[in-house]
Structure formats: C-alpha cells, structure tokens
Design a protein around this ligand. Structure first.
Ligand SMILES: C[S@@+](CC[C@H](N)C(=O)[O-])C[C@H]1O[C@@H](n2cnc3c(N)ncnc32)[C@H](O)[C@@H]1O
Length: 328
C-alpha cells in the first residue's frame, strides 16, 4: 500500500505542484491531524443534555456533539435555524432533505416540533444514508414516539401525515436523482468535513442546491471554511447559527431567504484565509483521502501566492485564487 507521503507526491505530480521537503512535512502534518480520530467506544455515550448517541469507529467521531447534547444539537443546530416549524405553519406542507440520516434524531425532533405546532401539516422527508445502525438508542420524551415512528417507517413509508424515504448507499450517487425535489430545508449532517470530505465538496453541495427550493434553508453544525466558501461560490447567502456547546456557531445558507450575519471576524477569515477553498470532487466518486490531499495542495498554492503578493514578487503561473482545477 502506498504511504501518505507517496500519495502526496503522486497527487502533486499529477497536479503540477512542485514540492520541497518542508512543503511535504506541512501537508503531512495537517493530513494526519485531520484524519486521526479519537479512541473507539462501542457503547452508547451519554451527552450533555442526558440523551444518548453512538460512536463511529469508522470516522473516529460520535454521531452527535457530546458537549452540546444530542437532542439540543438537533433542535438548535438544525430544527430552529432551518425554520421548519414556521414554514410548515405557513404552507401546511413541507419538504425536508436529510443528508446523513444517522440515528434519525434530526428527523424525529423536527417532526415532533412541526406536528406539535401544526398537527395537520404534511411532511415529506428524503434521507440519504450509507449505513443504518442496528443499535440506535431511542430518544427521550417528548421525541420518543416520533423517533419510533421514523424507525418503523424505514426504509420508506407514510403515516400520520409523514412520508419518509431513505435512499441507502453513497449519497453522492443518490443525490443525482433528487434535482427538482424542492426542499424547504436541508439538514446537512455528515461527519465532520475533514473526516468525511466527500460529503462537503462544492460538487456535492451543488447537487444539494439543485434539490432545494430557492427559499429553502440549508443548515449544518459546521463553520468550516471550505464548506462556507463552497456555498458562497454556489451563490448562497451564508450566515451563522447560534453557538451551542462550543464557541463557534454552525452555518445557515439560502439562495433567496435571509440569514443571520457572519461576525466580522468570520467574514474576514472567509475572504483572506488560504484555507478558504472548497473541497473538489468533480465526478462525485473521488477517494476521500485524495480529496483532502488535493485540497491541502490547493492551500499550499494559495499560501505561496499570498506570500509572493506580500513580498511583491510576480506570480509564478498559478491558477486563479490558488485553486487547483481539472483532473482532481
Ligand atoms: C453525524 S451522523 C448523522 C446524524 C444524524 N443526522 C442524526 O440526526 O442522527 C453522519 C451520517 O452520515 C453518514 N454518511 C457519511 N458519509 C456518507 C456517504 N458518502 N453517503 C451517505 N451517508 C454518509 C454516516 O453513515 C452517518 O450515519
């Protein structure tokens, strides 16, 4: 098997990026930091609000934030900023695209809140998921009955004004079928961008955009620069949701609605940081590690460009913005 160093050298050669030993070391350092997860735990984990989540040994991360609380995360990072309760009240019918069904918490908490305020609303949910766990802990009250209903409906079904369809498999393939779905809300909740980069590329997000209504809201827990930059490139307005369980808030994006503004510090970083470059996966089939390596090489080019601008030297034939394109 090729080593990480060999992969970096191979991708750099393919992309025409010249690397010195120092460059390789800095790229290697970031990749190791991004890919290495914490230790594996198999048992359900109690989160800060008393609800339970599971650990993913594959990604080295929990399915929900332990410090925010699993239910609180579903409510405050997904249900509230996506405005699903208001939209269901106004339209009586709402479409939700749920990217990364996981344990079904976001869907169950959303249904519970929507139906509490609008019992007659019709809710259509499409979920994308690669692998459904068999050991899903049931949510506590008042979400338990909706969570049971969601798990009973899997993979597809209708009951109590709810239609659920779970498309099992790599979301990058299944998203292609969803153009024109007209989602009023997207719960974008894969594992974190540097561990699960294929779900956060500008190319995948473009497909998600095609499945949304223009007034719809895309929401996620992350504030990662490559994700926000990709959303901006795709023509979204990008804002920040309230921080829950950590300093930084999540992200809210919409094509023609309104978003809470980014702080001036966040806006500045998005404009100036060399890390503010989208992940690329043009064929929606790229290997996750290669997506990350290509991204980190793009950052390296951007750093070189910024430093040559600072020192007043001429640019050395870099693509615009330091962004690699083409055969990635
Ligand atoms: C953080 S968990 C989602 C938690 C979930 N939203 C909930 O409310 O319980 C991320 C999920 O994304 C799924 N996932 C990651 N990569 C995927 C891919 N390429 N295609 C489909 N699902 C993927 C994982 O299997 C995992 O279940």
């Amino acid at each position: 098997m090729r080593s990480l160093r060999e992969l970096i050298e191979e991708r750099a050669e393919k992309l025409g990026v010249k690397l010195g030993e120092k460059d390789i070391e800095s790229v290697l350092k970031d990749l190791l930091r991004w890919k290495v997860g914490k230790s594996e735990k198999d048992k359900p984990i109690k989160t800060k609000d008393g609800s339970y989540t599971l650990w993913s040994g594959v990604y080295g991360e929990p399915y929900h934030s332990i410090t925010a609380g699993a239910v609180r995360e579903a409510l405050e990072k997904f249900v509230v900023p996506s405005r699903v309760v208001d939209t269901a009240g106004k339209r009586k019918r709402i479409r939700i695209l749920d990217v990364g069904f996981g344990l079904g918490y976001n869907v169950a908490v959303a249904l519970s809140r929507i139906k509490e305020d609008n019992p007659g609303a019709e809710v259509e949910v499409i979920s994308l998921e690669k692998y459904v766990r068999e050991d899903i802990p049931l949510l506590p009250e008042p979400y338990r009955s909706w969570h049971k209903l969601v798990l009973d409906l899997l993979p597809c079904g209708e009951k109590e004004g709810v239609s659920l369809k779970l498309l099992l498999g790599d979301a990058r393939g299944n998203i292609k079928e969803l153009a024109g779905f007209g989602a009023d809300a997207v719960f974008h909740d894969p594992f974190s961008p540097y561990k699960n980069p294929e779900m956060w590329s500008v190319d995948f997000l473009d497909r998600v955009k095609q499945a949304m209504s223009r007034n719809g809201y895309w929401v996620s827990y992350t504030s990662a620069l490559p994700v926000r930059k990709a959303l901006l490139e795709l023509g979204f307005k990008v804002g920040s949701s309230r921080p829950v369980g950590r300093k930084r808030g999540g992200t809210v994006a919409t094509l023609s609605g309104r978003v809470p503004p980014l702080s001036s510090e966040e806006g500045e970083k998005l404009l100036t940081s060399p890390f503010s470059i989208p992940f690329r996966d043009p064929n929606l089939r790229g290997d996750p590690l290669e997506i990350l390596v290509d991204y980190r090489l793009s950052v390296l080019l951007r750093e070189r460009e910024l430093s040559s601008r600072r020192t007043g030297r001429t640019r050395t034939g870099l693509p615009s913005g330091g962004q690699l394109s083409g055969s990635m």
